[in-house]
Ligand binder design. Structure first.
Ligand code: GDG
Length: 735
């Protein structure tokens, strides 16, 4: 399902990757990350066509170059790509702005004094890191990739990507709530955050009320015009829709029968024999209301002495964000309170709270879900809360009660839960009481209803519907691309036959010849040369091979025949009589002398990268480079080149595993106009790469424009591959 939707590959971007690195006894260790976001998106990382970009979990200054390389290599085997961040960047962007400014505000809390004082400085770091992410994403994606950005650490990334890729499909999903305006206004940079998110085509939130809050903020801060589920900007429309995240229901159903889960479950049955088990599963997080839950349990025991010795509350608390003061303090406070409660009631060997400050393996966690009589989920605020859903899915005999906070996103869907609200602590106690006393018939019915719902509203359905909506947002141009079917080819053939003055604009690599690992190896076959010669021999035809190749290559390959040639995207062209012409350029004379040393320097640092020197363009090829170095140096190289190029009147363009520098104004579109001015009555242009889009844009409406392969395009038609192009041209040559 996921695979089907991702034909052209998907780039997922989130702060953390599904795999994290830590140092244990000096050695690097890889382990699965734990968070709702990772749980939700992990299936995507398995598909080789997709890429997941994020921070790997250790600060880059704590790593040697060799270790960074090792991390990149290991991650790549899991389709993951690292954005390395220094400790200082992490302090300010992650612990600072993301978790001390945004997180509390988006979870109904307040910004701590220290973060408040530093808000401006932290914001700058946040923007800078978002820019770093943008550089890596741009380096690793193609101009027609689909990009899906996740969560509050990357609010400004969509706009940064949009600047570079105006036609890209960009989605954004927020895993936490969107707060109301009163709360949001604590953040000085609220307008900039919203403007950042609006770089996306589609914004997804968990619930309708978050969507309302989001649109309301747009209106109140005067950022755009809103309509139901839409923001109308001057140049685009952004859809804002609720997509409540689900779980991989089948995985939990399967786990019910797994031998390991059953083994773990048997152990728990023995361990908690004769006891009612109340379960909590959370990260250490002030928004999760952990202290309030312990207090509620304490009150319950005080008010119901008969429960002492008969109930246990198992608290699985995964330590996280311990670098942030509030999170660290919570852990200490929680442990202190648990100790107090345990001391107050313990009658050994029973103790009321079984505190497990660890991330457990999946099988063990699932066994806990199965054993628990009650899941006690009472966050102050939670975007969704997947634990609630996982608990229900793990119950084969439907014998459990979900106690759920009405302030969690999940409460919008799981209406059969026992609802509580930590803002009114008494409801927590009464909720637990109700759960412990619920009759088996009622609780089974309730779990049954919710299971039915969860088995269809799965994570696969969530991702599928997000991607489908994102794709529906296709620009009108994209939706008009038609397959060049045999019937359409027939019509085209007839028009070709009747025309008296025809123009054929053909790209070379990827259109007339397949790509080769070494670009020097893509020499034309005899049959291709014969075909082109035959087409060019027809006096009604002007056949132009319009390529980015240097003129020497083209001259050598097509010596002695009447095909018109364009080299280096239009910097040179050869007329029918074999005479080459230079196209005047405005760039500074001798610009190559300034650019070449830069390219060579980075090629030397990047094993496998090569520099191609053409007369009017220079190319850095990284198709065969080691990915770690390619990513690292591409980002830096692009930055260095862009600033130098501007001063010299040059353009820097990223293409299919290349970075190319050439004078401003030299492009295939400008070149194509030279022949289009002769007003041909039949025009056919075929291309596969981003540079051919310039040709397509220059064509008159009656022209046949064909894009070869996948990807967004301004062309009207599409053909699958080089072989299909050759077949089509052969047919024309026989007219
Ligand atoms: C954010 C939003 C939203 C937990 N302990 C263990 C463990 N987990 C797994 C659970 C669950 C995930 O971590 C936690 O997901 P949540 O949804 O509860 O919470 P957040 O991490 O805060 O996630 C949240 C979510 O994004 C998705 O959009 O629902 O509101 O805050 O999957 O199973 N997994 C293992 N051992 C543990 O001990 N293996």
């Amino acid at each position: 399902m996921v695979t089907e939707l991702m034909n052209s590959g998907l780039i997922i971007v989130s702060n953390r990757l599904p795999v994290s690195v830590k140092r244990v006894d000096g050695e690097l260790e890889f382990y699965p990350s734990i968070s709702g976001l990772v749980t939700g998106l992990a299936p995507y990382a398995k598909d080789k066509r997709n890429k997941w970009i994020g921070w790997p979990g250790l600060p880059s200054d704590a790593l040697s170059e060799k270790e960074r390389q090792l991390i990149a290599d290991e991650l790549q085997t899991q389709n993951c790509y690292p954005v390395f961040l220094t400790q200082k960047q992490l302090d300010d962007y992650y612990n600072g702005y993301s978790n001390s400014v945004l997180w509390p505000v988006f979870h109904d809390g307040k910004i701590g004094q220290a973060a408040k004082n530093d808000q401006e400085k932290l914001w700058k770091a946040y923007q800078k890191v978002n820019e770093l992410f943008a550089e890596v994403v741009l380096a690793l994606s193609q101009p027609d990739s689909n990009i899906w950005v996740h969560d509050y650490q990357l609010f400004v990334l969509p706009a940064l990507l949009r600047r570079e890729r105006p036609d890209e499909k960009i989605g954004f999903f927020l895993h936490i709530p969107w707060p109301d305006m009163k709360r949001l206004s604590q953040i000085t940079q609220a307008s900039a955050l919203l403007a950042g998110v609006l770089g996306a085509d589609l914004v997804g939130l968990h619930t309708e009320s978050y969507v309302e809050n989001f649109l309301n903020a747009i209106q109140q801060l005067d950022i755009g015009v809103t309509a139901p589920r839409k923001v109308i900007l001057a140049e685009r429309v952004v859809r804002v829709t609720d997509f409540p995240i689900g779980i991989d229901y089948a995985k939990y159903e399967k786990a019910r029968k797994s031998r390991e889960v059953l083994r773990e479950y048997a152990k728990l049955r023995l361990q908690y024999q004769g006891l009612k088990v109340i379960l909590t599963v959370d990260r250490t997080d002030p928004a999760k209301g952990l202290l309030e839950r312990v207090r509620a349990f304490q009150t319950l025991l005080r008010e119901n002495p008969r429960l002492v010795g008969n109930v246990v509350m198992v608290m699985i608390v995964v330590p996280n964000r311990q670098e942030v003061a509030e999170f660290r303090k919570l852990r200490l406070d929680l442990e202190k309170l648990i100790d107090e409660v345990n001391k107050e009631f313990s009658i050994l060997p029973w103790k009321p709270i079984d505190y497990i400050p660890l991330a457990l393996p999946f099988e063990q966690l699932t066994a806990y879900y199965r054993r628990a009589d009650v899941a006690f989920i009472a966050p102050y605020r939670d975007g969704m809360n997947l634990v609630a859903k996982e608990y229900l899915a793990s119950k084969p005999s439907r014998n459990g009660v979900l106690v759920l906070s009405s302030t969690a996103g999940a409460a919008q869907e799981l209406k059969d839960a026992v609802m509580v609200n930590p803002n009114r602590p008494r409801t927590l106690v009464t909720g637990l009481q109700k759960a412990l006393n619920m009759k088996p018939k009622e609780l089974k019915e309730r779990v049954g209803h919710m299971q039915e719902y969860l088995s269809t509203a799965t994570i696969q359905a969530w991702a599928g519907s997000f991607m489908k909506t994102l794709r529906q947002e296709a620009t009108p141009r994209t939706s008009r691309v038609l397959t060049m079917s045999p019937a359409r080819q027939e019509v085209m053939h007839e028009q070709y036959y009747l025309a008296e003055n025809r123009l054929l604009l053909l790209d070379y690599d990827g259109v007339l010849m397949d790509f080769k690992a070494k670009f020097q190896d893509a020499t034309p076959t005899k049959s291709l040369t014969r075909l082109l010669r035959k087409l060019a021999a027809d006096p009604a035809n002007t056949v132009v091979v319009i390529s980015g190749r240097p003129r020497n290559d083209l001259q050598h390959w097509f010596e002695g025949n009447r095909i018109t040639l364009v080299a280096e995207h239009g910097a040179f062209w050869r007329d029918e009589n074999g005479k080459w012409h230079n196209v005047p350029v405005r760039a500074d004379k001798g610009w190559q002398d300034q650019i070449l040393p830069i390219l060579y320097k980075y090629a030397a640092n990047t094993p496998g990268a090569v520099v191609e020197e053409k007369e009017q363009s220079l190319v850095w090829h990284y198709r065969n480079a080691r990915p770690y170095y390619a990513q690292k140096y591409l980002v830096i190289l692009k930055r260095v080149l862009t600033s130098t190029a501007k001063k010299l009147g040059l353009q820097v363009q990223q293409g299919n595993m290349i970075l190319e520098v050439r004078p401003d104004g030299v492009d295939k579109g400008t070149t194509a106009r030279r022949w289009l001015r002769q007003k041909p009555d039949f025009v056919l242009a075929v291309g596969d790469d981003y540079t051919d889009e310039d040709t397509f844009h220059a064509l008159p409406p009656h022209a046949y424009s064909i894009k070869v392969g996948r990807g967004r395009t301004a062309a009207r038609y599409r053909l699958k591959n080089v072989q299909a192009v050759i077949k089509l041209l052969e047919k024309l040559s026989k007219s």
